[in-house]
Design a protein around this ligand. Structure first.
Ligand SMILES: Nc1ncnc2c1ncn2[C@@H]1O[C@H](COP(=O)(O)OP(=O)(O)OP(=O)(O)O)[C@@H](O)[C@H]1O
Length: 483
């Protein structure tokens, strides 16, 4: 699925038709591979020091970077050996690479990185500098287990290089195609969705709306946990934390109380029986008898529901951010993006709904015969779910819960969509995620752990030949600009 970008407010460039850079110019030749390597001018790697990336500071990949900086002064293209091309995006190619030998230890020498190489001249010709800048800016800011770590950023000739964490497990789109009936199990989908929600929550708190969630952009790390990639379509905005005092019902309070003290976790995401943490930003809530106001709302199982005043909650996500850019991938576009009425962080919750649907049913809910029909369906067509068989009543119950969540995520009016009032916490509290230990999910065993044969010479992407290195930059044929 190709991403589209038509910018009206948050980027100053307008994306037009594809203009190929001078095709006679060798895109790879100036990268100077092998022994004919030229010294590149490399700029400081500001914003990528371990001090600013504390969660990775003790890992060998950082140790290697520290050694490189100490030994060579600054990090540049000449310090890396590009092993093979991992893929091509809209604004550059991504290569698997290692630090050039001799390295101080074998461990450092074996460390793999992914290097995104962007041809600045090509990007400039195609009016995409702002997107490339945005990606770099965001990669420098972020430090989260489910987001890429930027180890170094430098320039070499007219190329801009970003050295990032390498994910050997491929993307979730390819992973889905390998599943039985091309669908993930409910527990796998729950695991991946939970990690994505945490990544989006973090981005939102940093004032970043991601806008391009799709399985192709969810990569699988060596340990099976996920990493969101591709930040060139992000919207950056200011976040002004808000205190929200909301009202809640007696059954909500009881349910949360029970959940807080329950140790009977059964889902794969909840292997550790520890009191779940709902959100790092939720203020501990206790029933406060003095502030209880009893309002009969409507009958439930017990015949009535009570509403209580609760402690205020801090919402640090850009709920009210507004952009009118037309960006994303057709099947994943939120209705407010298509209608151009202005969109904010709720678009990411819409895409989580589409993502869950695709993971479970093997297709997206509004896909039409062509892109225009898809867009019309997103705006007008009611959400329906295909009928599928269940192997157990437990699976059926889980499906009912996840369909309820998907319905709430795919509400066409963004103001009524789950997550639009208090952000991620509303989604994390949904019944489908009951028992998920959000704080410790990164320690849970993922559904699939990739094997580590990426350095095997016979692995999927063969080594770069000399001829390939000399080829001019090609815009992949399956990519296009919609406008
Ligand atoms: N850190 C990484 N580890 C492993 N493979 C990666 C990594 N980053 C990117 N890739 C691979 O390289 C491909 C190109 O990535 P890139 O981010 O340039 O473009 P994209 O995801 O296709 O999106 P866009 O064209 O919108 O920028 C990806 O599809 C993925 O297969």
């Amino acid at each position: 699925m190709a991403a589209i970008a038509k910018d009206e407010s948050d980027y100053d460039s307008s994306c037009s038709s594809i203009t190929l850079p001078d095709s006679t110019r060798s895109w790879m030749s100036n990268l100077s591979f092998g022994s004919q390597r030229r010294r590149s001018s490399s700029s400081a790697t500001d914003g990528t020091s371990p001090v600013q990336k504390p969660h990775k500071a003790n890992e060998v990949a950082w140790e290697a970077m520290r050694w490189l900086r100490g030994a060579k002064g600054e990090v540049g293209l000449e310090n890396f050996r590009l092993l093979r091309r991992l893929g091509s995006g809209d604004i550059g190619n991504v290569y698997l690479c290692q630090i050039r030998k001799p390295t101080p230890t074998a461990r450092v020498g074996q460390c793999c990185y992914a290097m995104k190489v962007v041809d600045r001249e090509a990007v400039c010709v195609r009016n995409k500098e702002r997107r490339a800048e945005m990606e770099k800016e965001i990669l420098k800011m972020i430090d989260h287990p489910f987001l890429p770590t930027l180890y170094a950023a430098f320039e070499a000739s007219h190329y801009s290089c970003l050295v990032m964490e390498f994910c050997p497990g491929g993307d979730l789109y390819a992973a889905r195609l390998r599943q039985p009936a091309k669908r993930f199990s409910i527990s796998s989908a729950k695991f991946y969705a939970a990690e994505i929600i945490l990544a989006l929550e973090y981005l939102h708190m940093m004032g970043i709306v991601y806008r391009d969630l799709k399985p192709e952009n969810v990569l699988v790390r060596h340990d099976g946990h996920i990493m969101l990639s591709d930040f060139d379509l992000c919207l950056k905005c200011d976040v002004v934390p808000k205190l929200i005092r909301s009202r809640t019902t007696a059954s909500d309070v009881t349910e949360r109380y029970v959940r807080s003290y329950s140790t009977s976790s059964t889902t794969s995401c909840a292997a550790v029986p520890i009191k779940p943490v709902l959100s790092c930003f939720s203020i501990a809530r206790r029933r406060k008898p003095t502030t209880v106001t009893t309002i009969t709302e409507h009958a439930d199982d017990d015949g009535y529901r009570e509403e209580f005043d609760t402690e205020p909650e801090l919402v640090a996500e850009p709920i009210n951010a507004r952009s009118k850019s037309f960006v994303g991938t057709h099947e994943y576009l939120a209705p407010e993006v298509i209608s151009g009425q202005g969109h904010g962080s709720a678009v990411d919750w819409w895409t989580v709904g589409i993502f869950l649907y695709e993971m479970l049913y093997g297709k997206t809910p509004f896909k039409g015969e062509n892109n225009e029909k898809t867009l019309m369906n997103i705006l007008r067509q009611p959400l329906t779910f295909p009928r599928i068989g269940f192997s157990s009543s437990k699976e059926y119950e889980e499906m009912v819960k996840v369909e309820d969540l998907i319905k709430k995520l795919l509400v066409k009016n963004p103001k009524k969509r789950i997550g639009s009032l208090k952000g991620s916490i509303e989604i994390k509290r949904h019944e489908f995620f009951k028992g998920v230990n959000w704080a410790l999910i990164r320690s849970v065993r993922p559904p699939h752990i990739p094997n580590s044969d990426h350095l095997n010479p016979r692995s999927k992407n063969p080594k770069l030949s000399k001829q390939q290195r000399q080829q001019p930059y090609q815009i992949p044929s399956d990519r296009f600009d919609y406008f």
